[in-house]
Each structure stands twice: as C-alpha cells, then as structure tokens.
Write a protein that binds this ligand. Sequence first.
Ligand SMILES: [Zn+2]
Length: 452
Amino acid sequence: MRLTFRRFAAVLVRAACAILPALALPAAAAPPGAASPPAAPAVATVLRCGGVVDVRAGVRRPGVAIVVRGERIESVLEAGRPVPPGSTVINLADLTCMPGLVDAHTHVFLQPGDYDAQLLKQSIAHRTLTAAAAARDMLMAGFTTIRDLETEGAMYADADLRDAIDAGVVPGPRMQVATRAISTTGNYALLGYAPEVAVPKGVQIADGADGMRRAVREQIQYGADWIKFYGDYRKFLDTGEILDLRVTMTEEEARALVDEATRRHRPVAAHCYGDDAARLAVKAGVRSIEHGLFLDATTLGMMKEKGVVYCPTLTAYRTSWDEHPTDAWKSVVDGHRETFKRALRTGVIIASGSDAGSFAHRDAGRELVLMADYGMSPKDVLRAATLVDAELLGWKDRIGEIAAGRLADVIAVEGDPLGDIEAVRRVRFVMKGGTVFRPAGAAGASAGGAGG
Ligand SMILES: [Zn+2]
C-alpha cells in the first residue's frame, strides 16, 4: 500500500513536470516561485476600483482604492485619498471589487460525465492533472478558497494538489481537503459489479466504531483537513427518483468517527439528504450538513441550536434537473427549495457550496444566483460565500472581506452584485494572496470556453 503510493507519487511528479507548460497562466500572471515566498516588497500595489463591496455592512462603496503589500491588504482608501508614492496602480475603475469567493463544497477530482469510467479507466495521475485544471478554472471564476470534500476514489491526491498550489507549482484556490471520505459496506459506489471483481471505491469503506477510528486516523495521517462521512446513501434513477434513502451508520459508529476527528482537531462534514441521517450527524457533533435535500423544522431547529452549518449545494440538483427534466427531478429540486426556505426562516447558518464537479467547475458561481433565486437577499448571499464560509473553514481572520491585515484575495466583477447577483458570474480580475492570477481583460477558462 505504502510502496504503491510512493511509486504513484513519483509517477505523478514526472507527469506534472511534463504537462506543466499546458497549465501555464495568461501573460503577466506568473505564480510566485515554489521555493521562496516573496518578502514584503517595498513597492505597494494599488487596486483602483470603481467600487468595493463591503460584505460585512452589505454596501458598495464607490471609488475606493485597495493598497496591497506582499500577500496582504495594507489599507483600504476612501475615494480621493492619496495612494502611497511609487505604487504600482492597477486600474479597475470599470469594475466592482469584492473579496475572493469561497466555495465550501467542491470536488475538483470529479468531472461531469461517467462516474464509473473515471474510477475504472483513469489513473490517479491523470485525474490529478485534470483536477489541477479544474482548480485553475475555479480560481479564474473568482473562487480564491475552496473546501474540497473528497476525491471520489483518487485517494490522497487532493492533499498533494493543495500543497502544490500553496507552493506556487500550479495555480488554484487555497484548499482545505477531506481526502477520501468515509461510508460503510454496501453504501457507496462503485456498486453493481460481480462479487469476484475487485473494483475501486469512491470513498474509504469502514465498519464498526474501531473501523471508523482507524479510517479517521489514516486520513489525517495522509493530510485530511476535514473528515467527511456519508450519513445516508441513495440510488438516483435516471428519472431523478430516489431509491432506498438509507442511513449508513449506527449512532455508535458516527460518534466514534466524530470523537476521533475532534481529538485531532479536525471538523466533520456529513452528507445527509434526509432527517434521519442529519439528526444522527448533529447528535454526533458534526460541523456541517451537506446537501440537506429534505430537512424538516425539527432537524433545522436542532442545527440552529448547536450552530451546525447548512451547506445546501443547490446547483448540483438544479443541473441534474436541467439535464433530465423529469417529474422526479422536479420533486427533488422542489423539496430542496422548500428546505432552503425553511432554513432561512429558522435562522440556521447557511454556507455557500456548490458541489462543483458534478457539473463544470467554472460554473460554480451559479450557486450564489440560485441562493438569491430561492429567497436569500443578495447581501446575505455574498456574506455566505465570504464571511460565513471563512468562519466555517476557521479562517475568518485571514480571508472573507476586504480589510487591512487580511490576505489580499480580491476579485473584480462587471456590475454591482448587491443589485444584480448575476454579476458574480462576470468575474474579470482575480488576485489571490497579492498575486494577480487573472489580469483584467484576460480569458478565464482553461478549455477555451467563455470566462466568468
Ligand atoms: Zn459533494
């Protein structure tokens, strides 16, 4: 096992060296060198913005300039204030600046299309290179931070991608990763193959309290920032009909899993479509409930009381309905929308996460549009995708708003997202940690598609 992984790592490094030029950034957007993080430079960079969204206050301030030195925001200057002498000025006067977006539920190792084929026919090296391109697409779409919630069979390669991005080897958002995720025997793909055929699994399968503890320890050993488990599992028919939505774990197993993660200071995210799994997960002490398609007032009340975050991932199911416009998919989307509205009324903390990977990563901004469409005010949507997500990730002092001392994660969009939330899908400029990754005017997507 260990030897195999090392051999894979060597292959991966060779493959990455061969293909890196293909992932190169647009001109003038070179990432920082791998070995030496830049020392705070004497020369400041000033972003002259047409306006800046103050997500905390929920207002757009016109004519503001953002002073960036090194990787951080040094100051935010109201209109008309002088900028530091000798600064490099970037003109974004036609655009609205805002904090880099956070997506709290992604799968950069998963691509739209045949799930089984990705696990059966693509090497982990191939999937890792594809994941690097997906991560780059998310960055170009304005997501400067993501919580990537499992590799879907690509083992621990998300930890490698996270570290490669941090080292400046490839461009991408800051990442927190969950590595493999955990479910129980019979409760995750690949399923349906003959018992004598060994097939890979999209998650780590574990059973019993001891099995949970062992899986958690192993995932943390190989780099997990989060532990994710499947509270329930289902089979969707092509029609969208859900077959046999079942709770995967006993209370004893869920408690052991959360206890072991907590001992190692790792928060837990639980995939739960229905009430039974969500209540079990909340009682076990998870930090967030993912998807929550069908949650009633009692479950949402429990979440509110314990401060458990709801991460709805609306886009995944809306995309499925777009692609399969059946009555069954409509009922999934209708139920999800009702849960979202109920969560708003209940006052549950709502994060923004899209489940990108089940659809094209560059479309992750659609999540914010759907949240507004389902009844959240644009200013609360922008808070969810910045301040709330930053707090969920434990990074509220580093990211999530444009303020002195925060990391310089700044994007600029066409229009005013407070008045027209669709503006978040018109990203025209991306800076992460003080480095420009997408200059204004550069194309956004890696595969030649439309940007933003
Ligand atoms: Zn997911």
